[in-house]
Design a protein around this ligand. Structure first.
Ligand SMILES: NC(=O)c1ccc[n+]([C@@H]2O[C@H](COP(=O)([O-])OP(=O)(O)OC[C@H]3O[C@@H](n4cnc5c(N)ncnc54)[C@H](OP(=O)(O)O)[C@@H]3O)[C@@H](O)[C@H]2O)c1
Length: 428
């Protein structure tokens, strides 16, 4: 097209400042590769740590200036839902293409936003909303387009992965590591969004939507976080040849979708078990390509901004070819049936806390067998203590049966079972 692309930025925080830095520092390389440049025309933001990098002229006090006819693409980088949603809808009505890093917005209002974008002939770029610098959205929507995706298994929250990796390495408790993570800036002061699995659930809703053309929202994702993970389970996992990871899994069976986020035992040899620290990893299992796995930084100013700029470039290339073509905006999200987690069949790790006496295992085994649960292996440790852990790894069993069996064991055998029983799914 020859002419430069003009962008407007709404929100100049961590990601917005990263975008400014990339567009300024790498302006030459971007121009050389694209044949045209990308200019920041207008910025609207409450506050910013990188205001000094921009001219006063660029800064505006009226967000409506971002709808200026000279602006081709508007970046929504404020986060949150209400204001961001109103802004994005208004921008689409002004025929602006949008790039957003906002998983909360897209996981809850994606269907509305994409259908509005389709009606108005504009494109929504959202690469940065999942796994920061890992280009997983483009891989699924472009590179694996000729595949039927069977399932997605992913580590999409760097904070949780950091905490679980640190617990594994240091043998320290969840609270100790969480406090360290907050001090070192790897976790927010209020970490619940991350550690309760909500952030992962929003990202999995987006991944499931594009992988299965599914009409899915955050509320459709089953969620468990890592708050209750005890370091003794991390240690038992190690002894049994596993690692504990907070996984997001989306799978389609008989036209029905199940998307869940929960801690999993993952075999130490599995590629996902080897991804530590703040890194994200997404395994896509598809019919033609088989399993492919993508690993990288899931957050941070520059990796995330790199994905935002990649979306700008993608849209700019569409301008060049004469039209904006967004397959996602053409109403491909289909009404979706969901599977209840209770009907899931899985292998399980169960840790009972039991009185160390004769007959305990026989009682537990009896109740498990009543519910069609067969035991793969049993480990009892801590000989000599009053209360000892009894670990059971099961063969494949129905989740509802496992829950019923544990309830019955806890209720009918109060004299031998102490404290809460721990149940963690084992990844196949
Ligand atoms: N940070 C990451 O590593 C990362 C990674 C992936 C995706 N994301 C996503 O990227 C988006 C931006 O995240 P961020 O970390 O850059 O957030 P941030 O650092 O808090 O930046 C947001 C910026 O927008 C401004 N802002 C917020 N509400 C506004 C409003 N109503 N009007 C005008 N300005 C407003 C804020 O100013 P005030 O602070 O003064 O309100 C701040 O400058 C979020 O959707 C987030 O989920 C972030």
């Amino acid at each position: 097209m020859g002419r430069d692309i003009n962008v407007g930025i709404f929100g100049l925080g961590t990601v917005g400042c990263g975008v400014v830095k990339i567009l300024q520092d790498n302006a030459d390389v971007i121009r050389k590769r694209l044949g045209f440049g990308i200019n920041i025309k207008k910025v609207f933001s409450h506050t910013s740590k990188c205001k000094n990098l921009l001219t006063n002229y660029t800064y505006t006090k009226d967000y409506k200036e971002l709808f200026d006819e000279r602006i081709d693409i508007v970046l929504e980088l404020i986060g949150g839902i209400d204001v961001a949603r109103r802004f994005v809808i208004e921008a689409i009505e002004h025929k602006k293409n949008i790039v957003s890093a906002n998983k909360a917005l897209l996981a809850n209002y994606g269907v509305e936003i994409f259908s509005k974008a389709a009606k108005n002939g504009v494109k929504i770029g959202f690469e940065a909303s999942v796994a920061g610098g890992v280009p997983i959205i483009k891989i699924i929507t472009r590179d694996l387009m000729a595949n039927n995706i069977k399932s997605i298994k992913a580590i999409v929250n760097g904070t949780c992965n950091y905490i679980l990796s640190q617990m594994f390495e240091t043998h320290e408790s969840f609270e100790t590591i969480l406090n360290k993570a907050i001090k070192e800036g790897y976790a927010e002061r209020d970490p619940s969004f991350d550690i309760d699995g909500i952030d992962s659930a929003q990202k999995m809703a987006i991944l499931a939507a594009i992988s299965f053309n599914a009409k899915i929202e955050e509320k459709d994702v089953y969620v468990e976080g890592i708050r209750d993970i005890d370091f003794i389970d991390i240690d038992f996992a190690r002894q049994l040849g596993y690692r504990i990871k907070l996984l997001g899994i989306a799978s389609m069976k008989n036209e029905r979708l199940l998307v869940r986020v929960a801690p999993y035992f993952v075999e130490a040899e599995n590629i996902l078990a080897k991804v530590d620290g703040v890194y994200n990893a997404i395994s896509v299992i598809s019919d033609m390509t088989g399993q492919t796995t993508y690993v990288g930084k899931g957050a941070g100013s520059l990796p995330t901004a790199s994905s935002v700029v990649a979306d700008i470039i993608d849209i700019a290339k569409d301008f060049e070819s004469g039209k904006v073509k967004d397959t996602l905006s053409k109403g491909v999200f289909e009404k979706t049936e969901f599977v209840d987690i209770d009907s899931l069949e899985s292998h399980f790790y169960i840790r009972f806390s039991v009185i160390d006496s004769v007959g305990v295992l026989a009682n537990i085994a009896y109740v498990l067998s009543k519910y069609d649960i067969s035991i793969k292996s049993v480990v009892q440790t801590g000989k000599g203590l009053d209360v000892v852990p009894l670990l059971v790894l099961t063969h494949k069993a129905k989740e509802s049966n496992i829950k019923k069996a544990i309830l019955e064991i806890e209720q009918d055998h109060k004299s031998i079972i102490k404290n809460g029983t721990v149940l963690i799914r084992v990844l196949e």
